[in-house]
Write a protein that binds this ligand. Structure first.
Ligand code: 5RP
Length: 267
């Protein structure tokens, strides 16, 4: 791996813990103004200093993140479908590599839709993006998207989708947590980060998800709704950091959450 690409990876993934807490705020690219992300700038501002990287689109980057922010950016470069269509897999690359470099981002991210009607196009797009990324030292994160078929998120499917993504050259893969997640990790030769998925019943459930993923070999989270749809987004990020970077137990992470909530209240 070239120095530039390694350097970009090291901006996002802590060289100390080898893990990362990415904050995902890219949902609007196909879901529109998602609950609690209606005003992206307002949602992002208090969280900026607590995330290792921010995953978003160029529109939200330009409008809602101050250019002086030091947080590494993971730029979503795929799109072209919205929730109004049944099939979400009809995506293309919507941002050029030149633009990604110009925006000084640390990685680009693209969804692959294994098993979906546009599986072929999304996988070929990934291969092409990796070629372009290698030319300029830009890491590529593949996102194993399931569209509206959330039930697809099982070990056999995710292991297949992650492995295919890595084989096509992705430097990093974002996927979902599942029963038997260790098998997904075992079959994927590049680091995996996990999404949170739709908001779970409690903060504890989201912390349990993160803890299970880290314990079974994930290199971090790229989580959105379970952070900014929580009543306490900053304390949630702090609790996740304890799990991801300090290998805290769920109980210890809940203590961090409660202490951060108390500190927030006292302010
Ligand atoms: C949207 C995405 C999201 O970034 C990803 O799903 C993570 O967010 P969440 O934790 O809310 O699922 O890829 O397409």
């Amino acid at each position: 791996m070239d120095w530039g690409l390694q350097n970009r990876v090291a901006r996002m993934i802590s060289p100390r813990s080898h893990n990362t807490v990415m904050l995902a705020v890219d949902h609007g690219y196909f879901m529109g103004p998602t609950r609690r992300l209606e005003n992206a700038r307002a949602t992002i501002a208090p969280l900026l200093d607590h995330a290792d990287a921010l995953a978003l689109t160029r529109g939200v980057l330009r409008t809602s993140v101050p250019p002086e922010a030091r947080v590494p950016i993971v730029l979503r470069v795929s799109g072209g479908a919205t929730v109004l269509k049944e099939d979400l897999s009809n995506e293309a690359t919507t941002v050029s590599m030149r633009e990604a470099v110009r925006l000084n981002v640390s990685a680009v991210a693209l969804s692959v839709f294994v098993g979906a009607p546009h599986e072929h196009e999304s996988l070929v797009n990934l291969g092409r993006l990796v070629d372009e990324g290698e030319e300029v030292g830009m890491p590529v994160m593949a996102i194993t998207a399931v569209g509206k078929e959330l039930e697809k998120r099982d070990q056999r499917y995710l292991a297949l989708a992650c492995r295919v993504s890595a084989e096509l050259g992705a430097h990093l893969v974002k996927t979902y947590y599942c029963d038997g997640f260790d098998k997904v990790v075992e079959g994927c030769p590049v680091p995996i980060v996990v999404a949170g998925g739709p908001k779970l019943d409690s903060d504890r459930a989201a912390l349990e998800l993160a803890h299970g993923a880290i314990a079974q070999g994930a290199h971090g989270v790229d989580m959105g709704r379970n952070i900014w749809q929580s009543e306490h987004p900053v304390p949630m990020l702090e609790a996740l950091r304890a799990i991801v970077h300090e290998r805290a137990t769920v109980g210890e992470a809940l203590d961090v959450l409660n202490e951060a909530k108390a500190a927030e209240k006292a302010r």
